[in-house]
Design a protein around this ligand. Sequence first.
Ligand code: NAP
Length: 528
Amino acid sequence: MMITGKNYIGNQLSAKGNKTYKTFNPKLNLENESIFYEASEKEIEESIDLAAEAFKVFRNTSGIKKAEFLNAIADEILILDDTLIKTYMSETGLPEGRAKGERGRTIGQLRAFADLVSEGSWVEATIDTEDLDRTPIPKQDIRKMLIPLGPVVVFGASNFPLAYSTAGGDTAAAFAAGCPVIVKSHPMHAGTGELVASAIQKAVQKTGMPNGVFSNLNSAGIEVGVQLVKHPKIKAVGFTGSIRGGRALFDLASQRPEPIPVFAEMGSVNPVILLPKAGKNKGVTLAKTYANSITLGTGQFCTNPGLIFGIKGKDLDDFIHTLSNEIVKIEPSCMLHPNIIGNYERNKTTALQQNGLHMTAEYEGDIKTNHARQTVTTVEGATFLNNTTLHQEVFGPFSMVVQCENIQQLEQIISNLEGQLTGTILSDDNEVSGYSSLIEVLKNRVGRIIFNGVPTGVEVCPSMLHGGPYPASTDSRFTAVGIHSIKRWVRPFSYQSWPNELQPDELKNENPLGISRLVNGEQTHKPI
Ligand code: NAP
């Protein structure tokens, strides 16, 4: 499989635009060879028209057929084998183990959605049968289920070229829902994106999906994304990336004559609270664990622990000391792209320019180009509370330990934090039970709370909530990970007094799909 640098406009490879760009190998500090052609306005328009046409068929495609499609995508991605892994590595500087792990996760997500839609009960079929004898007003037959929104645009993240990009969670969930997808390919891994797009295209053809159910558009600037989000035939947007990018797209979508939802998963600093006894009895072990978590994947995870809170005193001093000593023992690693390392350095410098922030560790040995120096800083609680610049994400291997005067101040700080993906409590046995009000405050700020662990490493399973109050995500009611993320791409729809034979299979009296339904208040697989 060769990388052509072209866009997939439905099933067609196309390169009508004249803007080109290349991806970059941060390990070698060199541009990669392939030339990518940014999608032209006309190509964008074509992909949207095809998606709107495809929706007419795809919205009524059965769960079994959609499952075949999703499984075929997974199979085709596996067939790309080493070509995909090597391209991924050359465009990210990430190691082979990570590339294969992320591929495994992507395949797992596609298959999980395949299972979900082939079983079928996810549509939440709800039926209230008629009661024409009811007085004073007869009750009508009403039946409700979830139906797809329409063509969806997906923006992939730089730091997850597979799992949160072309055939990542957003795309898999949208296909499962019955929505065509146009991917705005991430410019840093356009080759990986094209390979995965080719796998999707093969799956489209093998399983007889309508042309236009998927398009992949190249771009190295914001114009393509902006044109897509503004287009009246686009009905929803999935985004993973920076707060600035997500917010810009959210605002754009809200300003349309017909506003549409933007599900943006954005930055987070993931507060960690070291309770006093935990600091005293296992602070050293925890500091070592956290040195690893902060530097995992060169800190390029949205769940990276960027803020650690403790109560001022000797135990916290010891924790900071050990964390600082341990973190500089770790060999620095490569960041995804010179832009990402540039942002890291800039954001770190901005933080360090703030009054009262002290650096307690920074890797000082020689480092290779595009490698990041891991850094630990510390600040007093009152200083942190009064300076929101210190609350901002420094995307990379950076963490700040906030030394609070007492629990009241810690609680006040947590209640003033912006929304976060995760919050972690480090507790000595059941010490946590004495801090119920602090826990309540933390729960109000985050999407997931962790006991005695690290926030990095997001398990993909139905009970996972990946999201959180703004700006962790633009809509805290939904998850971006796991099968329930399908709910972002659907809307509830009711049929009133509709003839049985014209109902979708999910709602027919006979229950031909054998799904679980809520019938007159009772959850059942039985026909009516
Ligand atoms: P990014 O700079 O926001 O870019 C993401 C995508 O959005 C790119 O394709 C970019 O296009 C596009 N874009 C950005 N601003 C735009 C605008 N104003 N209008 C239209 N399109 C726009 O983010 P990134 O550097 O790829 O990712 C790193 C960030 O993602 C970190 O902050 C990290 O915490 C966050 N992240 C969050 C999660 C999560 O699940 N919450 C997961 C992973 C990463 P161009 O590059 O072509 O301009």
